[in-house]
Design a protein around this ligand. Sequence first.
Ligand SMILES: [Fe+2]
Length: 287
Amino acid sequence: MKFPSDRWGRPLDALTATLDYLEIGCQDPERTSDFYCRAMGYTPEKMGNAIIARALDRKLIFSAGEPKTLLSAGFAVPDDLELDRIRQRLQSASWEFEVGATLLFRKAIIARDPDGNQFAFGLPTAATMQGGPDLPTARLQHVVLASRDPARIVRFFVDVLGFTLSDDVLDDEGGVRTSFLRCSEEHHSFAVFLAPEDRFDHHCYETSDWNAIRDWADHMAQNQIKIQWGPGRHGPGNNLFIFVHDPDGNWVEISAELQILEHDHPTGQWPHEQRTLNSWGQGLLRS
Ligand SMILES: [Fe+2]
């Protein structure tokens, strides 16, 4: 089946974007920044009350605030045309939004999801960054939230923003426990799961391959950072993974082999069980 697309081949009915940066609320931004510089090879820069951490293909902003809070997620869009489409979708849904620059986008459209998490879609400021010395690649790739009402968030992401639903995880009664959404050919750039509270859960870096996962694990070992979960392979997305914890207890994932999907790939369904979270063994069920 052929889907209508623009002259660059982008589907007209779907958002095209990539995760560019995250702003995270931290109890102690200095301490959190120190951790990420050690763990992920970031270089920090003070900017007012915030710390901007940069490395090749990844950026984080640490701000004083409630821990386990996503203050903002920045998704880069390819051009003004895509920005215009987002603005039109928000306007036709009568969804509140702002237009302006952010710390890392020269022009952006900024809106909040039904839980109040902020999302910015924009055109990044030009920046040249080198990777950390002797570290494998790690491109900021996805962000995951916990929510008491994930269905509301999924409707906002699909119906208003134009994300595509890749996979749902269903419990025995058919209730949706986790939803994985994409805004490119990659299986998910965003996911949300059912939880007793609304919070930031984790973010993920995509690396090159299995050997690079090993090298990241060795790098964590050299820095006395414990692997908290993995290595394993997720069901939805089929990606290899390891997880560590940051000082506020946020999960940090390094992944490889994330599934690539055609635009018209149908939404899949998975049972809510350990094997869905980790086909190799232990699944840490958090929803
Ligand atoms: Fe993940």
